[in-house]
Ligand binder design. Structure first.
Ligand SMILES: Nc1ncnc2c1ncn2[C@@H]1O[C@H](COP(=O)(O)OP(=O)(O)OP(=O)(O)O)[C@@H](O)[C@H]1O
Ligand SMILES: O=P(O)(O)OC[C@H]1O[C@H](OP(=O)(O)OP(=O)(O)O)[C@H](O)[C@@H]1O
Ligand SMILES: [Mg+2]
Length: 291
């Protein structure tokens, strides 16, 4: 029923892993196979294409639903409907930022210090021109097809590029002057398809599954048993999404406690629970959390 377009490139691997974990496994013969399929009654066509082109294809109705970055939605200014941010990037769960950067030793401290005629290389010419106009800077914007950081200072004076971990900026001796945009990966739809009740319901199902996986990342389920006399001590240190579930065990004197907790911190939490009187402690991975 839905046609789906997924991003090739930076987001490809993380997107395929996300769909797999959401029980929407993308099937294709190799990573060179751009015509894929998903064994799901709601999805009838899957293509893998460049994220730069995805907003325009969605706007034109060539696909119903797609995944791309907010950076490309802004750059193309495509009229699409967002079903929400999907919090993953190439390497982390953090957003990427579109930044303006200059060489470490350059004299400029803010965008308004840039002199007339300054040369700026970028993969985002439309976004960059809009930004420069807002700040009253008259610049020459030079389109880049990648390796943008390598072009300063000999080819251009400054760049507008993406940063995620910051490692490319550091390696090339660059300093951030300003952030133009913070960009998450997004689930986006064609407007007309979104207005169709059946298609919208299918889109919302897909969104729920994907968000369920993202929400579960970094969390685990802890289950333990504790004697009545130690229950309060255990509850005092047990974190929870809302509050821990406590069930009394057959026979009276003992309780089972379960709670969803952050994976980070479990290394100190489990020994602390044990010291507070908990026993039979289980740590269980969680595949999805749906609110
Ligand atoms: N660390 C990252 N670097 C670049 N793009 C990222 C990163 N993390 C997430 N993205 C997102 O991925 C999309 C860019 O994907 P694209 O396929 O162009 O990757 P790419 O690595 O730039 O490809 P190429 O290697 O051909 O330049 C953008 O929407 C961008 O926001
Ligand atoms: O902050 P970091 O974690 O270093 O990531 C950001 C870098 O990744 C992207 O480059 P990409 O791999 O797309 O190469 P490209 O410049 O050739 O497009 C982006 O354009 C930055 O150069
Ligand atoms: Mg790139």
């Amino acid at each position: 029923m839905l046609s789906l377009v997924l991003p090739k490139g930076s987001l490809e691997k993380a997107t395929m892993q996300l769909f797999d974990a959401a029980d929407l496994t993308v099937q294709r013969s190799s990573d060179r196979d751009y015509r894929a399929s998903i064994d799901d009654p709601r999805i009838d066509r899957v293509r893998v294409l460049r994220p730069q082109e995805i907003p325009t294809y969605l706007e034109q109705g060539l696909f119903d639903l797609g995944i791309t970055g907010r950076d490309w939605i802004t750059e193309t200014d495509a009229d699409v409907v967002s079903l929400g941010e999907l919090k993953y990037s190439k390497a982390t769960s953090n957003p990427v930022r579109v930044i303006m950067a200059v060489p470490d030793g350059a004299p400029w401290q803010s965008v308004s210090d840039l002199p007339e005629g300054v040369r700026i290389s970028t993969e985002f010419p439309a976004l960059t021109k809009r930004y420069l106009e807002q700040h009253g800077v008259k610049a020459t914007v030079v389109p880049s097809y990648g390796a943008t950081e390598a072009k300063v200072p000999d080819i251009v004076d400054a760049i507008v590029d993406l940063t995620e971990t910051g490692s490319s900026l550091r390696k090339n001796g660059l300093r951030i002057l300003d952030t133009l945009l913070t960009s998450y990966t997004e689930l986006v739809a064609n407007r007309e398809a979104y207005e169709n009740a059946e298609k919208r319901a299918a889109m919302e199902d897909v969104a729920l599954l994907l968000q369920g996986v993202i929400r579960a990342r970094g969390t685990v389920l802890l289950k333990l048993n504790v004697a009545q006399g130690d229950l309060q001590d255990v509850l005092d240190i047990m974190p929870a999404m809302s509050s821990p579930t406590v069930t009394s065990l057959a026979g009276g004197e003992s309780n089972a406690v379960e709670s969803v907790v952050a994976k980070r911190g479990v290394n100190t939490l489990i020994p602390a629970l044990k010291a507070a009187g908990a026993h039979d402690i289980l740590e269980i991975p969680i595949a999805k959390i749906v609110d």
